[in-house]
Design a protein around this ligand. Structure first.
Ligand code: FO1
Length: 310
């Protein structure tokens, strides 16, 4: 029975959210461990973009065209902030702002990000468990020719145009995994590394002390889904970041990053030719259609991963 299968997904934003949604549709008992190193404070508000992307997607509220934010948004507050001379390069919708106001108020009142996330997901009707990777502050800093940039400054304000010369996850060494994270990694029947950016979304999660080692020694069946299809990223700067950090821009390049951490590499039909080279790394290969269109595509991929883990 699929609903007895405990699945943990390590996720960044959009790709992780889609796969998590597929797992829910397939009936899995799902926990999602989410990157929080993209989190940013703007207008005095604590914003957790990847947690919100996964939350809104699982709640059926996401803007499916952009992948992030809420469907049917309005921007009256952002327009008013602009008139007041505030920086408005980060697009915050009116309804989305309510999430950030509630999160900030609860954090200031002393709740942890794990507790706040449980409250928000519960209120929005999400039935799976969402865990931030940590309750501590960890921030991705992107080294560029123009100097270090905060993640959202690199990603949104500068549209990820800068070449990434290096990455630092500030605070990671002192951080602790959020409650439940290590158990979710070690105790799952199936652990899935989502088709999220390996360096910008997955590496921050693995950099929280204990997470990488727990994954490496987990008795779960472990599968990573390549975010690179046919030598290109499905979304965002995964291809350019792999290239600038000296890695092959291919599912093989991604597989090399996950050797020792997963048992199976899931690659797209378009990359079938790479299967022997990935197998030579000691990984099993699952070749399928990994491009998740609508709900059907998400559920189909999730069911294939579940079948491969049985
Ligand atoms: N991404 C953008 O490209 N532009 C935006 O203005 C933007 C606003 C935004 C607001 C709330 C939110 O939860 C996510 C938002 N994102 C935006 C997405 C986000 O910056 C990135 O997709 C992730 O951080 C990368 O995983």
């Amino acid at each position: 029975m699929v609903n007895d299968v405990r699945v943990t997904v390590l996720a960044g934003g959009v790709g992780g959210a889609k796969l998590a949604h597929g797992m829910e549709l397939a009936g899995a008992d799902l926990t999602v461990v989410v990157n929080t190193a993209d989190d940013v404070e703007l207008h005095g508000l604590a914003i957790s973009p990847d947690l919100d992307t996964v939350t809104y997607t699982l709640a059926g509220l996401a803007d499916d065209v952009r992948g992030w934010g809420l469907a049917g948004e309005t921007y009256a507050t952002l327009d008013a902030l602009r008139r007041l001379g505030e920086d408005t390069w980060f697009t915050l919708g009116d309804k989305d702002l309510a999430t950030h106001v509630a999160r900030t108020a609860r954090l200031r009142a002393g709740a942890t990000l794990t507790e706040v996330t449980a409250q928000i997901t519960g209120s929005l009707g999400v039935r799976s468990r969402l865990l931030p990777m940590t309750d501590d502050l960890v921030a991705t800093v992107v080294e560029t020719a123009d100097g270090p940039l905060g993640f959202q400054e690199y990603f949104v304000a500068r549209q990820h145009r800068d070449e990434v010369l290096g990455l630092t996850f500030v605070g990671a060494e002192q951080a602790s995994p959020a409650p439940g994270v290590l158990d979710a990694v070690s105790g799952a029947d199936l652990l899935v590394v989502a088709p999220s950016n390996p360096f910008l979304s997955i590496e921050p999660i693995l950099s929280v002390p204990g997470v990488r080692d727990t994954l490496a020694s987990s008795s779960a069946r472990r599968v990573a889904v390549s975010p690179i299809v046919g030598g290109r990223a499905l979304k965002g700067p995964a291809a350019s970041v792999l290239a600038s950090l000296g890695h092959d821009v291919s599912a093989l390049g991604v597989a090399r990053l996950y050797v020792g951490l997963v048992d199976v590499m899931c690659i797209d039909e378009a990359d079938r030719d790479l299967a022997p080279a990935i197998e030579a790394l000691g990984l099993e290969v699952l070749v399928t259609d990994t491009v998740m269109g609508g709900a059907q595509g998400r559920e189909r991929l999730a069911r294939e991963l579940l079948a491969a883990s049985a």
